[in-house]
Design a protein around this ligand. Sequence first.
Ligand code: NAD
Length: 480
Amino acid sequence: MSDQLLNVQLLISGKWQDAADGRTFPVQDPATGEVIGKAAYASKSELALVAEGAQKGFAAWRALSAWDRFVIMRRAAELLRERAESIGRILSREQGKPLAQAVIEIQAAANVIEYFGEEGRRLNDTLVPAREADIEQRVLHRPVGVVAAFTPWNFPVNQIARKLGAALGAGCSVIVKAPEDTPASPAELLRTFLDAGIPAGVVSLVYGNPAEISEYLIAHPVVRKISFTGSTPVGKHLAALAGAQMKPVTMELGGHAPVIICADADLDAAAERLCAAKFRNAGQVCISPTRFMVDRTVVKAFTEKLKARMSALKTGRGLDAGVTLGPLVNERRLNAIKELVEDARQHGATIWQPDVSLPSSGYFHPPVLVINPEETARILHEEPFGPVIILTEFTTLAEAVAEANRLPYGLAAYAYTRDERTQRLLGEKIEAGMISINYSGLGLPEVPFGGIKDSGYGTEGGPEALRAHTYLKLVTSKQA
Ligand code: NAD
């Protein structure tokens, strides 16, 4: 199956279909640059149909009990687990990540969907004690309606699973605008919901021109909530469009995660865990550890450990055995990383990379250490979103915290220290939505996942993510 040409269709009102005008766009294998299939390109007429279908889907979905919705979501999660290997192969082929990582992504997506299905059963209405005996005050949590979800290519399945899970668990229907770089694995995710028996129109899938689709759907009267994961500039643009329509949004945007390595850190554990987190998905992860700040007394020892780990990475096609570092998703991203590294070199950085031979085709970039760039280097300000570690040193903890908080981003942060007081202090002082100390423990379904400042607002994990797809209604009545 994995070597067949991909042919991805739109999902409208529960039916897979080509675009009415037959328009498609090519799908590439980033490990070779070869075209491996095509996907249908939605025009405005299809967007109108998808909105109409999603409105009907919402009516059908909200009419079900929370238990019945849970049963369908749990079945979809089971199907995802059963198909993890086959969908993983498609994902790896169109996105580039190593197969083992793709399979883990799909299993994680199943866990997310199951969690939100369960959480939907706990969306209890409440009774607020009244000031008079014959008055009742009921607070109802009701689904907002049709959600438009815009998702990126770095975790083509899991990014959708988070948005779908929270919306479906709350009783909403969802139109997914999935990433054009990686359209086939999202389609397989949505297929599991159809096979699990979800009513027509509850989940829909479109591809095409992202700007055209987002403008159309955000302004469409049936769409009541917007959820976006992607870059900060696009997120700000979409939030402004949604603001003009008075529609709520969840925004999960870019990051530039600081990492503080204190003198008392377990340097071996830090190098091992941080390298695993850094080079996962070739660094194309919003919470990827990036700005490593190391206490100057241990910087030499830690750098050697990082270099050893980076030298052990095996670069290649994600489907090949033993590969731990795949290509970047497309040529644009490859050029973006090359430019940032070159700019850092011109701004005084020492560039180190292991002696690896890269495949001759495809969008591969070696793992890179950018050591001590000058303050004006772009990479100290712009999110690299690739297999790059920036390494600087600090003398006092206050200096490291100030540097961690310098950027307008505030998504993830990491620290390594054995001292409990320092752990608590860093947990308080670092401006980020998520801080992981002495391990990489972010992204589970039941805990918050989101940022502050330019990294967005809202959460994609925990009960709050589900509640963000509901509105509150007070019904107060007096005995007549
Ligand atoms: P980009 O800003 O061009 O696109 C990011 C995503 O947004 C893509 O999926 C794209 O299809 C979508 N998009 C772009 N314009 C849109 C619009 N007007 N309406 C709706 N969707 C739109 O960035 P890119 O070059 O694909 O990726 C690079 C940057 O994107 C990274 O530096 C990173 O900041 C960000 N990114 C973040 C995440 C994340 O997990 N937070 C994921 C992928 C990309």
